[in-house]
Design a binder for this molecule. Structure first.
Ligand code: GAR
Length: 193
């Protein structure tokens, strides 16, 4: 990924909506020497997102915008990202769809993690759909964000086997554990290309 930066590590913002376990794994990753990123901002559309607590724990700036007026909130957000010299965005369980215009402004610099083996099972309720279709495998995908939902270029995927008595809860847990490893690996891959 070609980024012009005067900083030693890529100034990154992580967008969340909920628990933020991927955020936590990215923060931990960002602190190791070989990590190309430094997390400077946490953004959420949900003021009650549990993951926002990591802002306090790790002394990272946070910003909540509810996205009720997406247009104006995205304009505010672009200005906040600008002020903080943010160069890359990692979506980590961020459940809002960014506009084409926003994505254009950060073209090629937004990553997402999705809990399925894309291009299969885009969108919501992936685990439910996977189990309903009696799939043998599922997994997770890190991909670049483009203007089509869950359709940007794939960086890395990890496959997991579905067990006999798998439930949505057990599958989500199994995949999430893999997500925590996959996101850092994908970031390393991007910056070593
Ligand atoms: C993760 O499983 C992530 O892949 C998924 O939400 C969960 C967030 O968990 N993202 C999506 O479904 C995006 N479409 P976390 O808040 O503990 O990182």
């Amino acid at each position: 990924m070609a980024l012009s930066t005067g900083y030693s590590k890529i100034r990154t913002a992580v967008f969340i909506s909920g628990t933020g376990s991927n955020l936590k794994s990215l923060i931990k990753f960002s602190k190791i020497k070989k990590s190309p990123i430094s997390i400077k901002l946490i953004v959420s559309n949900n003021s009650k997102a549990k993951g926002l607590n990591f802002a306090k724990t790790y002394k990272i700036k946070k910003k909540v915008l509810n996205f009720k007026n997406k247009n104006s909130d995205e304009i505010k957000l672009l200005s906040i990202l600008n002020i903080n010299n943010i160069e890359m965005i990692c979506l980590a369980g961020f459940m809002k769809i960014l506009s084409k215009n926003f994505i254009k402004k950060f073209k090629g610099k937004i990553l997402n993690i999705h809990p399925s083996l894309l291009p299969k099972y885009k969108g919501l309720n992936t685990h439910e759909k996977v189990l309903k279709n009696n799939e043998k495998y599922s997994g997770c995908t890190v991909h670049f964000v483009n203007s089509k939902l869950d359709s940007g270029k794939i960086v890395l995927q990890k496959k997991v086997k579905i067990s006999k008595n798998e439930t949505q809860v057990s599958l989500a847990k199994k995949i999430l554990a893999q997500e925590h490893k996959l996101y850092p690996k994908a970031i390393i891959k991007i910056f070593s290309l």
